[in-house]
Design a protein around this ligand. Structure first.
Ligand SMILES: Cc1cc2nc3c(=O)[nH]c(=O)nc-3n(C[C@H](O)[C@H](O)[C@H](O)COP(=O)(O)OP(=O)(O)OC[C@H]3O[C@@H](n4cnc5c(N)ncnc54)[C@H](O)[C@@H]3O)c2cc1C
Ligand code: SF4
Length: 490
């Protein structure tokens, strides 16, 4: 610990955001980091507390506490404070191959577990991480580092999201020949076609892909291995191991009357086409615009927030975001103590923008849709909302029921469904013949990532269900280790 009194002397400070009025005019990243001097002071707030829960990445009460990658947080904080950014980078890259992604989009479970956060605002771990990696890129410290020796074995990685990229990175570093197959027209999975550009600029993703290419990994886009006849023929014969990093891309639907009307879209389809537009790849036929429309977003999670911020930037007329659950409490409850993941009410960037531009928080809780209304041309024109309440049944299970006479009809022009995901798409599991678990994810143990099929492994959202970028990176790393052991024994 460079400065024992750092957390007493310096208040938590994060970088600034561009003003809302300006930032909603485009899809650019809007968060600016602190100056070097200010950021090193933030590093000094770390107490190097002896038992660094921040880097533990353990599961408590079903949720992660601390960094799933076991980033060496007190060490890089100390080096940041001392101004030794090269060594700080060295420590950061020991556990995290892509800190430029996590430094931007990670919800930072490390900060919930930071010891300083027991009675002060947490150390700015995520921003410290981003500062170190952005500094390294700006000063050309990040260079391709191909393996010294090549092995003769070939590995196919299916899916190029953070799990596929992380697994490919480590397998390539071991010296294997790695081919990555991606069904979309761009590499990156949800880093590219899920998370909006203002949270993660696609140039940042492309920059990393170019390094991976220079390190020797081959990428193939528009290559759905379960459909493309050439790939179908060779995928089982030409590779010594296959990694399914295909994500958990099956969206949860809302099967109520009127669902088939026009103007109701899944969130990721909407977000994807918008990013394709930002990247000049979208034809006007596919683009879904909320301009001058009354928008209803169903789902109060992060994907819903991304839809909110995107429809604001497209120039929507009005916004409502509904969520079936209760709002989270303002402060930690007694049954959610430190160092557990902090389950408290948040105003995220999208809500912050809506509050400023529309004068109110767009969220409504304990609310669901009972029916969609449509006109003669089958366009959605309204939604019948209901209020629900939550109760424990005789067996102690949490259930919800409609509150009588709570119906309300609202006018809508477009509906975005952001209600989570239901695991692996059926055609992927059936093509590879892999078993699924009871949550519809590919069944593979966390120890060895092996599926029921010889030489086929699974990692990331495809294995654990829709999760976080940091977990996808972690699973890619661990799956690569397991594949290396498997191939060494052959
Ligand atoms: C809108 C949205 C916003 C999010 N925001 C955040 C955030 O801010 N922070 C965070 O930590 N997490 C966020 N997440 C979650 C995070 O993006 C995922 O947990 C993570 O991307 C999972 O990585 P993955 O590599 O396992 O899968 P994915 O990123 O889903 O990648 C899977 C890839 O496999 C490809 N694929 C599938 N089948 C085939 C096939 N048959 N042939 C070839 N390719 C195939 C898909 O096209 C896709 O590119 C968000 C998720 C969504 C939906
Ligand atoms: S990857 Fe996420 S959890 Fe880990 S140190 Fe960075 S911000 Fe924290």
């Amino acid at each position: 610990m460079g400065k024992p009194t750092g957390f007493l002397e310096f208040q938590r400070k994060v970088g600034s955001n561009e003003s809302i009025v300006e930032r909603v005019k485009n899809f650019n990243e809007f968060h600016k980091l602190l100056s070097k001097e200010e950021q090193t002071n933030q590093g000094a707030r770390c107490m190097d507390c002896g038992v660094p829960f921040c880097q533990s990445g353990i599961i408590i009460n079903g949720m992660v506490s601390g960094c799933p990658l076991n980033n060496l947080i007190p060490e890089f904080n100390d080096l940041l404070y001392k101004g030794n950014l090269i060594l700080a980078l060295d420590r950061l890259l020991k556990t995290n191959p892509f800190p430029e992604f996590t430094g931007r989009v990670c919800p930072a479970p490390c900060e919930s577990a930071c010891t300083v956060s027991i009675n002060c605002p947490a150390v700015t771990i995520k921003e410290n991480e981003r500062f170190i990696i952005d500094f390294a890129f700006e000063n050309q410290y990040i260079k391709p580092n191909p393996p010294k020796n090549r092995k003769s074995k070939n590995i196919a990685v299916i899916g190029s999201g953070p799990a596929g990229l992380s697994c490919s990175y480590y397998l390539n570093q071991y010296g294997y020949n790695v081919d990555v197959f991606e069904r979309e027209d761009k590499i990156g999975g949800l880093l590219t076609y899920g998370i909006p550009n203002m949270k993660l600029d696609k140039a940042i993703v492309d920059r990393r892909i170019n390094i991976l290419k220079e390190e020797g990994i081959s990428f193939f886009t528009n290559s759905d291995v379960c459909i493309n006849e050439n790939l179908k023929a060779k995928i089982f014969t030409d590779y010594d191991a296959i990694v399914l990093a295909t994500g958990a891309t099956k969206p949860r639907d809302l099967n109520v009357s009127g669902r088939e009307s026009k103007g109701i879209y899944f969130a990721v389809d909407y977000l994807k086409e918008n990013t394709r537009r930002v990247l000049n790849k979208c034809t006007s036929k596919d683009y879904i615009s909320c301009k001058d429309k009354r928008v209803l977003i169903i789902g109060g999670g992060d994907t819903g927030t991304d839809c909110l911020a995107t429809s604001i930037r497209q120039g929507c007329k009005s916004l409502l975001q509904i969520e079936i659950t209760n709002p989270l409490p303002e402060d930690r409850l007694e049954n959610n103590p430190w160092p557990e993941w902090k389950k408290t009410f948040k105003i995220d960037y999208g809500q912050e923008e809506a509050i400023e531009l529309f004068d109110k928080d767009p969220r409504r809780y304990c609310t669901s849709v009972k029916e969609f209304l449509y006109d003669n041309s089958n366009n959605v024109v309204g939604a019948k909302l209901i209020k629900v309440n939550w109760y424990n049944d005789d067996f102690g299970n949490l259930k919800c029921r409609e509150i009588e006479d709570s119906e309300e009809v609202i006018d809508v022009d477009i509906v975005l469904l952001a209600m989570g995901f239901l695991g692996t798409e059926d055609y992927i599991a059936s093509f590879f013949g892999v078993n699924l678990d009871n949550r519809n994810n590919i069944k593979a143990s966390y120890d060895d990532f092996k599926t029921n099929k010889e030489k086929i492994f699974a990692c990331g959202d495809a294995r654990r269900g829709q999760s976080l970028v940091v977990w996808a990176i972690r699973e890619g790393l661990d799956a690569a280790k397991s594949i290396n052991e498997y191939l060494n024994l052959k």
